[in-house]
Design a protein around this ligand. Sequence first.
Ligand code: 3HC
Length: 303
Amino acid sequence: AKKPAGVPQAAPRSLNRIGVVGAGLMASQLALVFAQQLQVPVVISDIDQARVDKGLEYIAAQNAKQVQKGRLSHQQAEALTGLVTGSTDKSAYADADFVIEAVFEEISVKKQVFAELEEIVSPEAILATNTSSLSVTEMAADLKHPERVIGFHFFNPVQVMPLVEIARTAKTADEPIATAFDLAAKLRKTPVLTKDTAAFVVNRVLLRLMAEVQRSFDQGTPAEVADEALKPLGLPMTPFDLLAMVGIPVAQHVTESLHASFGDRFYVSQNLQRLIDHGVKEIWSTDEAGNKHIKDSTRELLE
Ligand code: 3HC
């Protein structure tokens, strides 16, 4: 196979224990894919046990689905589920040689996580971020070993989306990048090397498209109309379905972060903010005939 552009000559390191910081949807999906494809122990963590348990339950449920689909035996699914353990204590990452964070998309939170990890892991352990909109350089700025910090950005749903954006900062050494490419191949993903710019490459385009759809939504184009009208473009998922999958608060937060970097090119929707403020999680309800509608109570919030 053709080597992707920019892969350093350095020999990649083999990774025997993976850490994923966070236990939300992205973090759980990451842990699942690492366990499935690498067959090595994976540790997840979060701020409380309930969140950790939710992540572990997601992983067990996904493995159970593979049993239903006839792709795994019960024993294989159990073994896979057993590879992932959860903790509320970062010392669980002590022996990890690759730790990826997928915590709240806020630079201070991410910096804090890396600072704590640096006290625990070996100086060589690779620290990766799954950020979709923040500066990797900034995340590494106060660390003793910024040369082992990389961006390693997956897309939701991680199990099926093929791309990983690998971001290199001015300080990243060759070996972590070579290891990241090797790791992506083992995860059966397609890696690309990007500069450390806000939102790398894909989200600068995808979230811009999403933001424009949301701008037209705020200007009065109903969500159903926008989704229907955009179908001929051949997107794999309609914009509002994608929004539902990513989660309205998560999507809004990332757009706000891009707004901070790029200004009005990334429009932040007032309508979505109103839904978030009222705790509306699902934009669609589906009628008996299978047609999607926005609930009347939700529509009232938007008027
Ligand atoms: N979670 C887990 N697995 C899922 C899933 C989900 N939400 N949705 C679909 N799948 C799995 C199915 O189980 C199925 O698996 P199998 O082949 O092993 O049985 C496989 O995906 C295909 O499912 P479908 O037949 O239903 O496939 P579709 O043709 O509907 O494709 C899709 C599903 C791949 C999710 C497709 O709709 C798609 O590509 N959507 C766009 C997703 C996208 O744009 N993601 C980026 C979001 S932005 C992001 O992540 C960046 C962040 O940083 C903000």
